[in-house]
Design a protein around this ligand. Structure first.
Ligand code: SF4
Length: 202
């Protein structure tokens, strides 16, 4: 019987590596654009900066068909429950980039109406500083996210996902039992989090 020679026909790798390689090079962005940062993002997707060079040009406005949410602009408290719902509707695995100071910290809007950072209500993977950030900064943010995805293990996300969906259940229960609006419920949860000396509600 002749000896089977595999030569270069077989490559061995880890499952994590090959899955992450595919994930990081086929990100589907979903813009949650609320203000001027969203205008800056348009140029990132256009021909000059061309996000398709990084495999992330298939922009979708449906949470069901995207895995990279970009929050671009000021988010008010009223919008917080909507942001959480849209994030929840995205299928796992999913990642979030907070673009600009408004999304990341409320920016110059230190007011009762503005959410002081989206990371208080949804998990954020990468923050892009600036007001507005240059298109190069947004691209750098995507590259940083790709580096993060490359290092993730498939089991690592489980805790992260569990905590978010538990907080969503808690939110729904409070809302139903106390007859509050989504905004009031989030406000109550944020107050409770501040009382418990934690930064987030999930
Ligand atoms: S960070 Fe600056 S550019 Fe971006 S939404 Fe806020 S005010 Fe507008």
């Amino acid at each position: 019987m002749s000896e089977l020679s595999l030569n270069d026909a077989v490559v061995t790798t880890r499952l994590d590596s090959v899955v992450n390689w595919a994930r990081k090079n086929s990100l589907w962005p979903m813009p949650f654009g609320t203000a001027c940062c969203a205008i800056e993002f348009m140029s990132v997707m256009a021909s000059k900066y061309d996000m398709s060079r990084f495999g992330a040009e298939a922009m979708r406005f449906s949470p069901r068909q995207s895995d990279m949410m970009l929050v671009l602009g000021t988010v008010t408290n009223k919008m917080a429950p909507i942001l959480r719902t849209i994030y929840a509707q995205m299928a796992e695995p999913k990642w979030v980039i907070s673009v600009g100071v408004c999304a990341s910290s409320g920016g110059m809007y230190r007011t009762y109406a503005t959410l002081q950072g989206i990371d208080r209500v949804i998990p954020v993977d990468v923050y892009v500083p600036g007001c507005p950030p240059r298109p190069e900064s947004m691209i750098y943010g995507v590259i940083k996210l790709q580096e993060k995805i490359e290092k993730e293990s498939l089991s690592m996300r489980k805790d992260h996902v569990r905590r978010f969906y538990e907080s969503l259940d808690r939110q729904e229960k409070i809302q139903m039992n106390e007859g509050l609006t989504g905004q009031q419920t989030i406000q109550n949860m944020l107050r409770q989090a501040a009382h418990d000396k934690v930064a987030t509600i999930f």
